[in-house]
Write a protein that binds this ligand. Structure first.
Ligand SMILES: Cc1ncc(COP(=O)(O)O)c(C=O)c1O
Length: 388
C-alpha cells in the first residue's frame, strides 16, 4: 500500500479550463457536457420568474448561507434520498469547488494526512497539494469504489484526518459505492475518527436515480456533504451547496470570510428552476442522452482500442475510464492526438502516486455523436505500444 505523500500535481486546473473552450478541438478531456445538454429554455424561464419575483433584491446583498427558499427546496430533494436535513442545515457555495476548498481549509494543515480514492478528481488533488496535505491514495475495487478492506488497513496504519470521496459515479473511475458499502464506510470512518467529505456532484446522473448518499447513514458528525448543479443543470451558474454537519458554524464563518455569500441572481434562477419542477424531466433526458453517448463510445472503443483495454461501464454519467493493457507513453499519445485536434485526459493526473497502468478519461458528452465516434476511432491506433 502506498504511504501518504506530498506531491506536485502533474497538470494545472487552469490549463484544463483554458483548453475547455478551444475552438475546433474535439474535446474528450474536459469533464463538461456540450451546450446542447443545457436546459437553456427552462433556465431563461426561471430567470424571468426570478426577475419578476425578486425585483431589486436580485442585485442586493443577501443571507450569508444562501437563499432561504432555495435551501428549503434542496433539503426537500435530499429528504427524498433519506437525508434528514432542514434548509437551515445547508449553505450555498460558488460551485462544488468552493465547498471542497472550504472543507480543506477547515481540515487540512501542512502535513495533515488525507485519504483519497486512487484515482481521484484532479481538481481535488491540486487543492490538497496546495494545502500541503500528505495524500493517502486508497485503491478501488473496480466499479464498486473504495476497497473497504484496504481502506480499513490504511486507516489503522496511517490515521488520516479526513477522507474525500465521490460516492456515486466517481470522477474519473465512474465507480459507484453499492448500498451496503456506504453504511460500512461511514461506520469505518466513525470508528477511526476520519471525517468524510462526500462529493456528490454526479449522483443525479445515475441512470436508476440518485442513491442515498453517505450522509444518509450519518447525522453530520462524521460526514460533511458537498455538491453542485454544475453537472446536472449548468456549470456557469456556479451554484452548489453543502451540508457541513457538525462543522456548520466553522464552514459558514470561513465561506463568509472568503466571499460574504454566493451570487444572488444565479441562486434565484436555480430556485425558480427547481420550484417549477424543471429538474426531474431534464435529468431524465440527460440520462437517456448519456446512455446513448456511452454506447456510441464503447462501440468505437471496442473496434479501435488495444485488445485487453478495460472499461467498467459506469452506472450513469458521461465519463469513461479506460485502462490500457500495456504501459504506453501517454504524453506522446496525447501529443499525437492533439495534432489530429483531439484531446483526452491522461490518467496519471488523477493519481498522487505513480499509477502502474496507462489510463485515459474520456468524456462522451461534449463532442457531437459523429465527432465522438470518429475521434475514438482515430485515437485507438495511437494507444498501441507499437504506435510509439
Ligand atoms: C468530482 C468533482 N467535484 C467537483 C467538481 C467541480 O465542480 P464545480 O464546477 O461545481 O465547481 C468537478 C468538476 O469536474 C468534479 O468532477
Amino acid at each position: 500500500m502506498t504511504a501518504p505523500l506530498s506531491f506536485t500535481p502533474r497538470a494545472r486546473l487552469l490549463d484544463f479550463m483554458r483548453q475547455a473552450d478551444e475552438p475546433g478541438l474535439i474535446n474528450l478531456a474536459a469533464g463538461i457536457p456540450g451546450l446542447d445538454a443545457l436546459p437553456t429554455e427552462a433556465l431563461h424561464c426561471a430567470l424571468e420568474t426570478a426577475r419578476t419575483r425578486d425585483g431589486a433584491g436580485l442585485f442586493a446583498y443577501h443571507h450569508p448561507e444562501g437563499d432561504h427558499a432555495l435551501r428549503d427546496l434542496l433539503a426537500a430533494r435530499l429528504a427524498n434520498r433519506d437525508v434528514a436535513v432542514r434548509g437551515t442545515d445547508l449553505i450555498t457555495v460558488t460551485g462544488c469547488t468552493q465547498g471542497l476548498s472550504v472543507m480543506i481549509s477547515l481540515l487540512v494543515q501542512p502535513g495533515t494526512v488525507v485519504a483519497v480514492e486512487a484515482p481521484a478528481y484532479y481538481g481535488l488533488l491540486e487543492l490538497l497539494s496546495a494545502a500541503g496535505a500528505q495524500v493517502l491514495p486508497l485503491p478501488l475495487d473496480g466499479p464498486h469504489g473504495l476497497d473497504l478492506a484496504a481502506t480499513e488497513a490504511a486507516f489503522r496504519q496511517w490515521k488520516p484526518r479526513a477522507l474525500f470521496v465521490c460516492s456515486s459515479l466517481s470522477n474519473p473511475s465512474g465507480a459507484t459505492l453499492p448500498a451496503p458499502a456506504r453504511e460500512r464506510l461511514v461506520e469505518l470512518c466513525r470508528t477511526h475518527a476520519v471525517r468524510i467529505v462526500e462529493d456528490d456532484i454526479y449522483a443525479e446522473l445515475v441512470d436508476t436515480g440518485a442513491p442515498p448518499p453517505l450522509r444518509a447513514f450519518d447525522d453530520g458528525s462524521t460526514v460533511s456533504y458537498v455538491t453542485s448543479f454544475s453537472k446536472t443543470v449548468s456549470p456557469g451558474l456556479r451554484v452548489g451547496f453543502c451540508a457541513p454537519g457538525s462543522l456548520f458554524e466553522e464552514f459558514a464563518a470561513r465561506k463568509c470570510q472568503w466571499d460574504l455569500h454566493s451570487a444572488v441572481p444565479t441562486e434565484a434562477i436555480l430556485r425558480e428552476f427547481l420550484a417549477a419542477g424543471f429538474l426531474d424531466p431534464h435529468l431524465a433526458s440527460l440520462r437517456t442522452r448519456n446512455q446513448r453517448r456511452r454506447a456510441i463510445a464503447l462501440q468505437s472503443i471496442a473496434r479501435s482500442f488495444p485488445a485487453g483495454t478495460t472499461i467498467h461501464e459506469p452506472a450513469g454519467g458521461y465519463m469513461l475510464w479506460a485502462q490500457l493493457p500495456a504501459l504506453i507513453d501517454l504524453p506522446a499519445a496525447a501529443a499525437a492526438a492533439r495534432t489530429r485536434r483531439i484531446a483526452f485526459a491522461s490518467g496519471n493526473v488523477f493519481f498522487a502516486n505513480t499509477p502502474t497502468t496507462s489510463c485515459l478519461r474520456l468524456n462522451c458528452a461534449r463532442a457531437s455523436e459523429e465527432d465522438l465516434a470518429r475521434a475514438l476511432q482515430e485515437l485507438g491506433p495511437l494507444l498501441h505500444p507499437t504506435a510509439q
